[in-house]
Design a protein around this ligand. Structure first.
Ligand code: BES
Ligand code: ZN
Length: 628
């Protein structure tokens, strides 16, 4: 009896839904029944109510002849009505019902489609809806949270499964559709989307977009703010708040050249334009590869173009991720690992091997650190490239493993087979899988037939399986780039033994990457006076460079160096970027003494964070109630 009751309870809570009707454990959509081919959005951004209101018209293809249930993903949407378009251009109501809310997946929206003779192969369904103020994908910023401090700002961040919190849609990366949109905003603001747009449009409160290339739901993106445009090259440009526009266009002056290098390596750029949008500081990621318009954190504007690997990364997603897409989040490494490899190839082509090698070495360092952290916390299984995330939130895939182990796997192939062969393989992969989804087994098959078959014996089957499915680091990894950090590491060692005084460090000549290497590899038990010397002499924490500041603050927290506290506080209050804040909070949560400081800072910082960042840090700082 109890077993049945428990089972019913699980059904009611949606826990069994993870088995999923379709191939994706993170979506209610069943693409064997219906597939969305096109979405027409008509939305108004209401800043006072913090809601989007309007409609979406979905062009839906009936895949199974007898299909009558169209199931969409939603999360916290207020559904006001569902209608079917008829041949006369009118609309007739459709029966629909929202299912129980699942913690991770949200709510299925079940729509009864006509059966029998009325069932055309293509039909249009219109959903009238509003988002809620707390919608997971949306951050509504008050004017004080922007660079200009005068006008409000709204943006979406939908990857991995939050598109459903602002559009009722089949929210699965294996399902692609084209879209168009009409967006209404208060006068004086400009709307932008991941779509074709008119760069010169006046700010009349009404904006139109067309996205002719089919993309998955997580790549539909919207931003509204006081945004100006400046061209960088014939196909490239940057949008930013007026206060940021000049520094942004200086920082990203090489973007047109990056695009040319990427095309030479991987084949044609298939999205017409490539623009950047500089986000407010609370943007939870370094960058987000929204097609035609990468969203970029302002923390990469360092004044010296030293952090542009972020741009080459998001640009590289125009091939791996956006053109060829993982069909589920278990295969996230296909998006991010291949992109990490491409990112450094583009970097090398534009800036030379030294910078690319420094980034590769830092990547290896992060990979080692991530494997150690995951192993210590009992999550060894998550150190594999291919994950099993059924029943878990896909954000849990968000570790350095997909990026750095995935990137290292590509480098391993390059080491064994040669650059020319890898480049030919990748160009073919992007051509043959263009505008399609890919799974790891499909990638494997393609890899065997298009690359490994031509080089018998170069990579063994055992090695391949170990890379894709093994945990930790494989037995054989490609040699690390030699030489680039030798100098800074020698200075570090001499400084630690006292052979070199603090003022004798040649830190003025260090690149940010060398600074990061120096700070990240110092032991955590340095006495306060030594840290104070570094602080006074070189002020790494005050650096205009966010990456150096982060490495310094992490060292300070690890070493319980109290004088850094005010700087730590202003840092955590002023940026909401995952990578910048995650490790800092993790270290702050590690001991009781630190937790008191961490909780006080988090209480101040939290209101400014995006919902996704709040959720992340809430989890890390879950013991704050105990210290209050
Ligand atoms: N697509 C990711 C961001 C992302 C991943 C958002 C998963 C939500 C879920 C983006 O391309 C990315 O990887 N950003 C990195 C920067 C990159 C240079 C490593 C980041 O935000 O730090
Ligand atoms: Zn990425």
């Amino acid at each position: 009896m109890r077993g049945v009751a428990a089972l019913l309870g699980m059904l009611a809570s949606g826990a069994l839904a993870h088995a999923g009707p379709g191939p994706d454990p993170h979506s209610y959509a069943d693409p064997s029944q219906f597939v969305v081919r096109h979405a027409s959005l008509d939305l108004e951004a209401d800043f006072d109510a913090r809601r989007l209101h309007g409609t979406v018209e979905l062009r839906v293809e009936r895949v199974a002849k007898e299909a009558t249930l169209l199931r969409l993903d939603t999360r916290g949407l207020e559904i006001q009505g569902v209608e079917l378009g008829n041949a006369e251009g009118g609309w007739t109501p459709l029966a629909h019902q929202s299912g129980a809310a699942d913690q991770i997946l949200g709510q299925p929206l079940d729509i009864r489609m006509p059966a029998g003779r009325e069932a055309a192969p293509m039909q249009t369904v219109r959903v009238r809806y509003s988002t809620r103020p707390e919608a997971a994908a949306l951050q509504w910023l008050a004017p004080e949270q922007t660079a200009g401090r005068v006008r409000p700002f709204l943006y979406t961040q939908s990857q991995p499964i939050d598109a459903r919190s602002w559009i009722p849609i089949q929210d699965s990366p294996g399902i692609r559709f084209t879209y168009d949109a009409r967006i209404r905003t208060p006068a004086g603001l400009r709307a932008l989307m991941s779509a074709a747009r008119d760069t010169e449009r006046s700010r009349d409160g009404e904006y139109f977009f067309v996205m002719p290339q089919a993309i998955p739901a997580y790549l539909v993106a919207l931003a509204v703010g006081d945004l100006e445009f400046r061209p960088l090259g014939p196909r490239t440009g940057v949008y930013a708040e007026p206060a940021m526009l000049a520094s942004a266009s200086r920082e990203f002056g090489d973007v047109e050249q990056m695009l040319a290098v990427a095309e030479r390596l991987f084949g044609p750029y298939r999205w017409d334009r490539y623009d950047l949008l500089i986000m407010p500081p609370s943007f939870p990621f370094g960058g987000m590869e929204n097609p035609r318009l990468s969203f970029i954190t302002p923390t990469v504007i360092a004044g010296d173009r030293s952090l542009v690997s972020m741009i080459t990364h998001e640009m590289a997603h125009s091939w791996s991720g956006n053109l060829v897409t993982n069909t589920g989040w278990n295969d996230f490494w296909l998006n991010e690992g291949i992109t990490t490899y491409l990112e450094r190839r583009i970097l090398e082509g534009v800036y030379g091997a030294r910078l690319a090698d420094m980034e590769r070495l830092l990547g290896l360092q992060y990979l080692d650190e991530e494997i150690a952290t995951l192993t210590e916390s009992g999550r060894r299984a998550d150190t594999a490239l291919v994950l099993d995330l059924s029943g878990r939130a896909p954000e849990e895939a968000l570790s350095n493993i997909a990026y750095e182990k995935g990137g290292l796997f590509m480098q391993f192939l390059e080491w064994r087979l040669g650059r020319a062969a890898i480049d030919r393989f990748l160009a073919g992969y992007f051509r043959d899988f263009a505008f399609r989804g890919v799974t790891t087994p499909e990638f494997e098959t393609y890899l065997r037939s298009r690359l490994l078959a031509d080089h018998p014996g170069a990579v063994s089957e055992r090695e391949l399986q170990e890379w894709l499915h093994g945990t930790g680091l494989p037995g054989v990894v490609p040699p690390a780039p030699a030489g680039v950090f030798v100098d800074v590491e020698r200075q570090r060692d001499d400084w630690l033994t006292g052979r070199l005084a603090t003022r004798e460090l040649e830190a003025r000549q260090w690149s940010p990457q060398e600074w990061m290497r120096f700070l990240d590899t110092l032991p955590a038990d340095l006495p306060d006076p030594r840290l104070a010397e570094l602080d006074e002499h070189w002020a790494p924490g005050a650096a205009g460079n966010f990456e150096i500041a982060r490495s310094w603050l992490l060292l300070a927290v690890r070493s319980d160096y109290a004088p850094a506290e005010p700087r730590l506080e202003s840092f955590l209050v002023s940026t909401g970027r995952h990578k910048m804040i995650k490790r800092l909070y993790e270290e702050l949560a590690r001991t009781e003494a630190r937790l008191a400081v961490g909780c006080r800072i988090y209480a101040r910082a939290r209101p400014g964070y995006h919902p996704a960042a709040r959720q992340l840090v809430d989890g890390i700082m879950r013991n704050c109630e105990a210290v209050q």
